[in-house]
Design a binder for this molecule. Structure first.
Ligand code: ADP
Ligand code: MG
Length: 628
């Protein structure tokens, strides 16, 4: 006789909520069904160890698609359930879990992704895609009868006898019309690949199809073999010493579908103070805008949980690709809980530390190789330093600066070579200047001046570099004496310590202002070591960075102006002449020419200015020819 009953706890309130919340991640129902099967088998193995059930070795979970009948079956040969257990576990416990979940997690406005879709809602997630769910189960316990449980809405159910004869459980999902995609073999396959690729029990996918009638004289077609969809021994669970480089690479290609070779990898293998296993790969980063989306996969006991959970994996490590398995992670709780959880924080710190240590060992032990992939990893390392002071502390000596000539130096090496006098803490020479270029083509002339003095110019040409320099100068990475100056900012080491005559400077400033019609032009006077160059436009480093920043943020269209000056070389004959001669058309032209040339050394002239420049150049040549 069939027994009827009602599920007691506020099912009417909860079911719609579950359905709505999980909508974006509907496919987790399959993970829940399959992992319940794996759990049932795990329990069976425990019983077998104590001799309660016979030992066997063909434990498996089968996922069977039957598009004719419109069902998806999940079959396991685990411990099964007694009628009583079905009533207790299926009809009650899951709901109490859901209630707790509701209490702990209050979704924020517009939040529907991330961890919310990954709660162990368990069995009831089946109703997200089903019109009816049937359980046929036979418990391992001697003398028990097989039972059938059936429910259309997850709210009321019917129980009766089942014809199942083998120990274990079959869950039959009668897939609803709008979820028909789960009756397609490839959808089911890709969902299994997503969530179940590394589950600890063998999982097979097959399709129930009426066999075609054999044609005359032919053998009956054989049913297709079920295909195995998972790897029960993921690489991260092996001991690092037992894994070859080839295996690491193969795993990388397979799991991340990235056919580039990874640069290197870190095998995390901790049992104490927490259980954490995983492999993190440093991918080749093609450009700094590549977002690190969906790349660090989090597993809980070989069950896929989510990509990129930033509470566990520090955000800056999201540029890496990898798999992390934390069996002890309390995943059935809300994101805000994870954020405040000391355990999670420690784990995240541990991962960061491992990554930093690996970078340092690459740097110290394989500097050549490290230099080769520095171009790939530097945005990540710099970003990490800015985001995490502890990470910076660990890696700071392994940070490289690439010079415009393509060599690599640490900051210490740069300073030792380029500012030897600054190395001793001399109060009078408080600054240690690192000279850099942000655009080596445009700054070629200035770079050349430095090179002529035997100075190295480093390349700071990516988005992160401005922030990184500020971080080293003023941020947590602060070194009071260290200053970065662009090649057009400082003229450090390019000029002699020669006092300029202020009256001469004033005179020249007046002259240039008049000739150029620029009343606010600032003119500076110094003695360049290079005697060929009459003048240069110099830009104050700080004001330029501020200006760049305000442009980047685009705040209200307001742009901070950068402080520029025309710096004249008082040793140059042309400047000397301008300082000595009176006013005149030629002097005006020379001033304009000096200015235009200085500008052109930085960037191309606007078209009108270019036309004027060309005209003037020809005039000067003509004058020259007439005088010769
Ligand atoms: P959880 O797996 O987190 O305990 P579920 O809602 O997924 O929650 O399952 C509730 C309970 O139902 C399980 O703890 C288990 O006792 C029982 N159960 C579910 N599926 C199976 C199965 N395939 N075989 C045996 N027991 C099962
Ligand atoms: Mg479960």
């Amino acid at each position: 006789m069939a027994e009827r009953g009602n599920i007691s706890i506020h099912a009417q309130n909860i079911m719609p909520v579950i359905k709505r919340w999980l909508y974006s991640d509907k496919d987790i129902f399959l993970r829940e069904m399959v992992s319940n099967g794996c759990d049932a088998i795990a329990k069976c193995k425990v019983l077998a160890r104590s001799g309660k059930v016979p030992q066997e070795d063909d434990y498996r979970v089968d996922v069977i698609v039957d598009s004719e009948k419109g069902t998806l079956k999940i079959v396991d040969n685990g411990i099964g359930m007694t009628a009583d257990e079905v009533k207790r576990f299926i009809a009650q416990v899951a709901f109490s879990g859901a209630e707790e979940f509701l209490k702990k997690y209050k979704p924020e406005e517009g939040e529907n992704s991330g961890i919310i879709g990954h709660f162990g809602l368990g069995f009831y997630s089946a109703f997200m895609v089903s019109d009816k769910v049937t359980i046929d189960t036979l418990s391992w316990q001697p003398g028990e009868k097989a039972v059938r449980w059936e429910s259309e809405d997850g709210m009321s159910y019917e129980m009766s006898d089942s014809d199942r004869t083998q120990r274990g459980t079959t869950i039959t999902l009668h897939i609803s019309r709008e979820d028909e995609e789960y009756l397609k073999l490839w959808t089911v396959r890709s969902t299994l690949e997503k969530y179940c690729s590394f589950m600890p029990v063998e999982i097979y996918l097959s399709e129930e199809k009426p066999l075609e009638e054999p044609k005359e004289g032919e053998e009956a077609p054989k049913p297709r073999e079920p295909e195995k969809v998972n790897d029960t021994h993921p690489l991260w669970l092996k001991r690092p010493a037992d894994v070859t480089d080839e295996e690491y690479r193969e795993f990388y290609h397979k799991v991340f579908h990235d056919y580039d070779e990874p640069l290197f990898w870190i095998h995390l293998n901790a049992e104490y103070p927490f259980n954490l296993k995983g492999i993190l790969y440093f991918p080749r980063i093609r450009n700094e805008f590549t977002s690190g989306e969906g790349l660090v996969k989090l597993y809980n006991n070989q069950v896929f949980v989510a990509d990129n959970i930033k509470e566990v994996i520090p955000e800056f490590l999201m540029l890496l690709k990898g798999a992390i398995d934390c069996p002890d992670l309390p995943l059935n709780v809300s994101r805000s809980f994870l954020q405040n959880d000391g355990y999670v924080k420690k784990m995240s710190a541990y991962i960061t530390r491992k990554v930093a240590d690996r970078l340092v060992s690459e740097f110290t032990e394989k500097r050549e190789d490290y230099q080769k992939y520095w171009d790939d990893i530097h945005p990540f390392v710099k970003y990490g330093c800015i985001r995490d002071a502890k990470f910076y502390d660990r890696v700071k000596d392994a940070i490289l600066f690439k010079t415009v000539d393509g060599s690599y130096m640490t900051i210490a090496e740069y300073l030792e070579k380029n500012c030897p006098q600054a190395a001793d803490a001399d109060e009078d020479k408080p600054e240690q200047v690192v000279c850099y270029a942000s655009d080596p083509k445009r700054q070629a002339q200035m770079i050349d001046l430095y090179k002529a003095q035997g100075k190295d110019v480093v390349l700071m040409d990516t988005m992160i570099d401005n922030n990184f320099m500020s971080f080293l100068e003023y941020g947590a990475g602060r070194d009071d004496r260290l200053r970065f100056k662009r090649v057009d900012a400082a003229l450090d080491g390019l000029t002699e310590d020669e006092q300029a005559d202020e009256t001469v400077r004033e005179l020249l400033e007046k002259k240039f202002r008049k000739a150029l019609g620029q009343e606010d032009l600032e003119v500076k006077l110094s003695s360049f070591k290079s005697e060929e160059l009459p003048a240069m436009i110099t830009v104050d480093e700080e004001s330029r960075r501020m200006s760049e920043m305000s442009r980047a943020w685009g705040r209200g269209g307001f742009e901070m102006p950068e402080k520029r000056a025309l710096t004249l070389n008082q040793r140059h004959p042309l400047i000397r002449r301008l300082a000595a001669s009176g006013d005149g058309e030629l002097d005006d032209m020379l001033c304009q020419q000096v200015m235009d040339l200085s500008e052109m050394a930085r960037s191309p002239l606007e078209s009108e200015r270019m036309v004027a420049f060309l005209k003037r150049s020809n005039r000067i040549l003509t004058l020259l020819a007439e005088r010769a």
